[in-house]
Each structure stands twice: as C-alpha cells, then as structure tokens.
Write a protein that binds this ligand. Structure first.
Ligand code: NOJ
Length: 548
C-alpha cells in the first residue's frame, strides 16, 4: 500500500496542543476538539507522541505501561473516540511506540530491581564494581549511559535518561511482549506506528569502551536490527500499515534496507543529518552558522540514493525535539512570512512523505527563554549544568539553550491572541511564546496570504500531481549554495521547485524561461512571464511543465 506517498502527516505533541479541561496541560479530548482544524489542513494521518502511563521524566518517552493511558492526557475511551472521530474525517491515527527502553517505573523493571531473573533479562544488566561502569558510553542526555544498582551489584544501560532503561531485544520474550503491544493498538483501529529511536534496539554481543566516541558506533543500526524489525512486522501483520522509524545517527545504506518494500521492514525513515548543519564539529551544544552547501549536499545524497535503491524518506524540518525551523534557517523579522513559506516548499515538494509539526504551519518561532527556570526538558536542564561545568558562563549557556533546547518546539500551540493563546483557560505548563498576537491560527485562517494557507496549498498540490507523489527527483543549480532547486519528473509531468535560502537577492546560474509552464505556487505576488533570472529574499517558486 503506497498511500503514504500521497499523504502528509501532522505531528501532535498532546501536552502542548490543546487543553480541553483547563488544567494547563493539553490532552486527548483537546485533539478531538481540534480535529476539524486538522482536517482543514488536508492531512491524512496524525502522529501523536506518547500518551501512555508514564512518570513524564521525558514527557511520555518513558513508558511505564504501554496498554494504558496517562490520566494527565485522558482515558482509554478518549483514545477510542479519537480514533473513531479521526476516522470519520478520513484521518488515520498513528501511535508512537517507544521500544528501545521503558521507564524504570514499568512493572518489568520494578521486578528486575527486586532481583527477579526473568525480568532482569528484559533489560541490559552488567556486573561490575560501583566505581567503574561496564563501558565509557555516554547517555544522549549527558553523563554515563550506565547506572549502578547497589543491591544487585550490577549496572543497567540507559542510552537516554537514567529513568529510561534499555530493553534487551536479544531476549525473545521481550520481543514477544512488544508484539502484543502492537497488536493491542492495531486491534483498537490505529492506522500506523512511529517507532522511537528504533535503530538503537540491537546491542552488540560484546560491550567495550569506545576509544573515539560516545559508544554509538556499537549500537547504532546494530548487528541484528534488520532481523528484529522484520520479525516484529511479520508477526504483528503491520506490513500494510504506515510505519516510520526514527533513526538516530543512521546511514543511507541502512535506511534503504529499513524502507525498501522488498525488505518488509518499515514504510519510511526519519534521519537527522540535515538538521546538524549548524552544529559545530557535530556538537549540538556548540553553535555555528548554518552550512548551506552541506545542507544541499545532504538533501541531494539522501534523496537520490534512496530513490535509486527504492527507499523512502520521511521529509521534515520540525518535531518536538527540534528548534523551530523559521528561527533556525529563516527569518523572525522582516521576512518571517516569506522564509516560513519557502522552507515549507523545500520539504513538501521533495520525494518522501512530508511531516508537519504542530505550529509549524503557522510559522511558530522559538520562544527565546532567558531564564533557566522557564525550561522544562530533561535534556536542557542536564545540559545547562554540563555547559556550566565545562566553563561556560550562565549567559553563554542560556544563549546555547535558546538556540538548541527541545523546549523551543514545546511551547503551547498558538490558537488565538488571548492571554493563554487559546490553548488553555489557565496558566500553561510551559510559557507561551510572546509573539502569539501576530502568529496564531485565528489570524492566519482569515488571511488568504498566510503561512497557514500556503501549507494547505502545498498539501493539496501533493494530492494533485503524481510528479510530487512519486516522480523522480533531479537537483539543479548544484553549485549555487544559497539556492535549493530541483525537478520532479513523472512521465510527461515535470515540476520545477526553486528556493532562495538566503535573505539576499541571488542571481540564478541560468535564467529560467517559463514559456509553456504554469505557475503552481510562489511566496511573492507578481508576474513571472518574463522568466526568472534572480530570486528575491527567501523567494520560492513552483512551476509545472506538462510536456505533451
Ligand atoms: C526520541 C524522541 O523523539 C525524544 O523526544 C526522546 O527523548 C528520545 N527518543 C528517547 O525516547
């Protein structure tokens, strides 16, 4: 089933989407109340980040019970209603499966901590003395990836927070338990799954120190990951559902295998290489100017090689872990609207399934928090301390967080210009961004030229043109670092997409003669009949050429 090639997927972070009961925290009924809005975008699926029982140390990515709902978000009957109501509107619900680890509050882990051997084997426990972790691997949230349990005289592995213990996928019983989870949600009527950091599930046979890095080379796209995915998919019968794997520090070779239909693993993969072009020496916590040539090269390589090998990308700029793209690669000032639209066009016309993260479609920006007390995210608060320990001043550390924190994308969805942005009737769990008076859904719905309406047009174009759904991609103007341009070609249909990534006017290496072409969409008003020689600040043009 290839319907995902025509589809656009909308990501919801429930805690920040819409609060239906006035407690300052978004919830499942809040999503139901906003389904007509979601429908109006024209999207086909919603992916909600986890709403399962959880102590919420990592906002739900620390699951304590996969088969029950966190009361903070609602009840199982709310989820049933969400699935039914979404279905009535032709929208499929995708659930987020966090299978690399569980919360340490999960009953499996609690039993393991009591020394129950069956459950100790559900996790990765290693012998050792209290003063020396089994390896020097680092947690993705900072510090050692191992935690010592004195009463067991053993260490357990946690690639993320200390309260997120890695599961032992070598154990068939673990794999079978996780299959039960999939079947449960499948039987409920969900139409797809997103698998959290699923390329980290297979750990090596031997645990050894990493002399060059943080240990990721031993477990990223690990030795049996493809085998495990094939087994999970076959045994749960989800082969024809839409599935996406979140792949941490992955490679094209592996993503081809994960997503090539012949392999019967997943429909598509998220990778993050294009979102590291402003990391200094690959370090998220060191800021540098974006390297646009690198961005173009990464897109070209991933798009072309996945195409040549029948792989499929999930294409995206934003999610709940990433700063807002308009703040990062666009402009928050004079060209806010133009840049938000241009960035959207770059992604939505590519080969792959586009994802929109809540608020992206109205051009939401980073909130620019300048006080550590405004931050809620465990990674941000950990790294604040680490940066200070490394010798940064508080101001420097706050500046880095303001650019890099995951909380940048977690501020409440800006529905209108009222005090709590139409998100809640009371103080939200995290501060709102101060620009809600200008950037909000209500305002943009009433403006034909808004970022919101531009997104709707892009989603509609994908539905109309086979070239966008399934056309071949060819990049053009490759040496011009500020221009991201490509063609999509399907039989006689050719679509040309040209984007100026910069705030300055740029000259095209070669003039585009638009004779015989139709303008499908642009973020500037005006007449292109004379051809296109130059692009204005953040200009984006999409042209159709039907060769008959
Ligand atoms: C990736 C998720 O997107 C992120 O939010 C989470 O913290 C980690 N996986 C760990 O589950």
């Amino acid at each position: 089933m290839d319907d995902f090639k025509k589809s656009t997927i909308y990501q919801i972070y429930p805690k920040s989407f819409y609060d239906s009961n006035g407690d300052g925290i978004g919830d499942i009924r809040g999503i139901i109340e906003k389904l007509d809005y979601i429908k109006s975008l024209g999207v086909d699926y919603i992916w909600s980040t986890p709403v399962f029982v959880s102590p919420m140390n990592d906002n739900g990515y620390d699951v304590a019970d996969y088969l029950n709902i966190n009361p903070l978000f609602g009840t199982m009957s709310d989820v049933d209603d969400l699935i039914n109501e979404a279905d009535k509107r032709g929208i499929g619900v995708m659930m987020d499966m966090v299978f690399n680890h569980t919360s340490t509050e999960h009953e499996w882990f609690k039993k393991a901590l009591c020394g129950d051997e069956k459950y100790m084997d559900y996790y990765i426990f290693k012998d050792g003395s209290a003063d020396k972790p089994p390896t020097n691997w680092q947690s993705k949230f900072g510090g050692s990836a191992w935690e010592y349990v004195p009463k067991l005289g053993k260490w357990y592995l946690h690639l993320f927070d200390v309260t997120q213990a890695d599961l032992n996928w070598e154990n068939k019983e673990v794999r079978d338990e996780l299959k039960k989870v999939i079947k449960f949600w499948k039987d409920k009527g969900v139409r797809g799954f997103r698998f959290d950091v699923v390329n980290l599930i297979s750990k090596p046979d031997r645990f050894e120190d990493d002399s060059e890095g943080d240990g990721r080379k031993f477990y990223t796209d690990g030795p049996r990951v493809h085998e495990y995915l094939k087994e999970l998919v076959a045994d749960t019968g989800i082969e024809n559902m839409v599935t996406v794997g979140e792949m941490s520090s992955t490679s094209i070779e592996n993503c081809i295998r994960y997503s090539n239909p012949a392999e019967k693993e997943l429909s598509m993969c998220f990778n993050f290489h294009h979102l590291k072009i402003d990391y200094k020496d690959g370090n998220k916590w060191e800021i540098q100017e974006p390297d646009y040539m690198a961005l173009k090269e990464i897109f070209r390589e991933w798009q072309c090689r996945m195409q040549e090998n029948d792989g499929w990308n999930a294409v995206f700029w934003c999610n709940h872990d990433q700063p807002r793209i308009v703040s990062r690669l666009g402009s928050e000032g004079k060209y806010w609207k133009e840049s938000a639209k241009m960035l959207a066009a770059c992604i939505h016309m590519m080969r792959g399934t586009p994802y929109i993260y809540q608020g992206e479609e109205i051009g939401m920006t980073n909130p620019h928090f300048d006080d550590i007390h405004d931050y809620r995210d465990v990674e941000s608060t950990n790294y604040f301390k680490i940066l200070l320990d490394e010798g940064k001043s508080e101001d420097e550390a706050l500046e880095i967080l303001a650019a890099r924190s995951r909380d940048n994308s977690r501020t409440p969805m800006q529905w209108d210009g009222s005090a709590f942005v139409g998100f809640s009737e009371s103080e939200p769990w995290i501060k709102v961004s101060s620009n809600y008076g200008d950037i909000n859904v209500l305002r943009e719905e009433g403006d034909e030229d808004s970022v919101l309406n531009f997104y709707k047009k892009l989603i509609k174009l994908r539905k109309e043109y086979p070239a966008i759904q399934d056309g071949k991609i060819e990049f053009i103007f490759e040496s011009q670092d500020k221009v991201l341009a490509y063609k999509r070609i399907y039989e006689d249909q050719e679509i040309t997409v040209i984007n100026n990534l910069s705030e300055s006017e740029v000259e095209l290496p070669e003039e585009i003669n638009i004779q015989g072409m139709k303008l499908l969409l642009s973020n500037y008003k005006g007449d292109y009949s004379e051809g296109i020689k130059k692009l204005r600040a953040y200009e984006s043009v999409i042209l159709l050429n039907n060769k008959r």
